[in-house]
Write a protein that binds this ligand. Structure first.
Ligand code: ADP
Ligand code: ADP
Length: 227
C-alpha cells in the first residue's frame, strides 16, 4: 500500500564497480513491477536496496513520500520472498507463518486469523501441521509467501521466487502469485526474474535494466512487441 520512488539511485560496491548508475523510477501503490535484464545487470542489487539489505551509495529511496535510505529493513513495511525458501525446518507450516506475528506480540486470536487467511489464499490449509521437509518445492515457496503476507507489508519484493522450481510447479506457483496480486490489489509488488513469460503474465509494467541504467519501462506488450 505504498508508492516507491527512486531518484538518481547509484550503487557502487566496495570493489568500486558501478553496478547501478542513475536509476529513476516512480512506482505507484498497487502496481506490479517486474525488473528484467541480463544476469549481473543489478536486478537483485536494486531489490536489496529497496528492502534495506543493501546500502544505497547515492540518490534517494522514498516509500510513501518518506526518504527511507537510513531506515532499517524491519521498519520499512516491506516483505521479501527469495528464491530459496529459508523456512524454519523444525517448525510446522502454521508456526512458520505465525512466527513473525508472535515476535510482534499479536494476540493468539489475531495470529490464528491471519495465518488461516493466508493459508486459505495460498491453498495451504491441508498442510498447516506439516514440517517443511514434507512439502514439495512449490508448497514451500507458498509458505514463504504466506510468511510475507501475514505481516501485511506495504510492499512485497520477490527475487526470482520460481527459479528453484521445476517447470510444472513454476507454472502453478506463478498462478498463485497472480492470484495474490488480484486479492491484494492495494499492495505494491516488485518482482525480479529473467523469465519472459513470468514478466509478461505478472507485470503491470516491466523495467528493463541494462548497463547500470533503466533501458526501457512500460507495459509488457510495449516492451516485447516493439523491442
Ligand atoms: P542480477 O540480479 O541482475 O543478476 P546482481 O544485482 O546480483 O545482478 O549483481 C550485479 C553486479 O554486482 C554483478 O556484477 C555482481 O557480481 C555484482 N555484485 C553483487 N553483489 C555484490 C557484492 N556484494 N559485492 C561486489 N559485487 C557484487
Ligand atoms: P543472483 O542469483 O541474485 O544474481 P548471485 O548468485 O549473483 O545472486 O549472488 C549471490 C550473493 O553473492 C549475493 O548476496 C551477492 O551480494 C553476492 N555477490 C555476487 N557477486 C559478488 C561479487 N562479485 N563479490 C561479492 N559478492 C558477490
Amino acid at each position: 500500500m505504498a508508492d516507491v520512488k527512486l531518484t538518481h539511485v547509484k550503487k557502487i560496491y566496495s570493489n568500486k564497480v558501478e553496478v547501478l548508475k542513475d536509476i529513476n523510477l516512480d512506482i505507484k501503490q498497487g502496481e506490479f513491477i517486474v525488473f528484467v535484464g541480463p544476469s549481473g545487470c543489478g536486478k537483485s542489487t536494486l531489490l536489496r536496496m529497496i528492502s534495506g539489505l543493501e546500502e544505497i551509495t547515492s540518490g534517494t529511496l522514498e516509500i510513501d513520500g518518506q526518504v527511507v535510505n537510513d531506515v532499517p529493513p524491519a521498519l520499512r513495511g516491506i516483505a521479501m520472498v527469495f528464491q530459496s525458501y529459508a523456512l524454519y525446518p523444525h517448525m510446522s507450516v502454521y508456526d512458520n507463518m505465525a512466527f513473525s506475528l508472535q515476535i510482534a506480540k499479536l494476540s493468539k486470536e489475531d495470529i490464528d486469523q491471519q495465518v488461516r487467511k493466508a493459508a486459505d489464499l495460498l491453498q495451504l490449509t491441508p498442510y498447516l501441521d506439516r514440517l517443511p521437509k514434507a512439502l514439495s518445492g512449490g508448497q514451500r515457496q507458498r509458505v514463504a509467501i504466506g510468511r510475507a503476507i501475514v505481516r501485511r507489508p506495504k510492499v512485497f519484493l520477490f527475487d526470482e521466487p520460481l527459479s528453484n522450481l521445476d517447470a510444472a510447479l513454476r507454472v502453478a506457483t506463478r498462478m498463485e502469485i497472480a492470484n495474490l496480486k488480484e486479492s491484494m490489489p492495494d499492495s505494491t509488488m516488485i518482482y525480479v526474474t529473467h523469465d519472459q513469460v513470468e514478466a509478461m503474465t505478472l507485470a503491470d509494467r516491466i523495467v528493463l535494466l541494462s548497463g547500470g541504467d533503466v533501458e526501457q519501462v512500460g507495459p509488457p506488450l510495449d516492451l516485447y512487441e516493439h523491442p
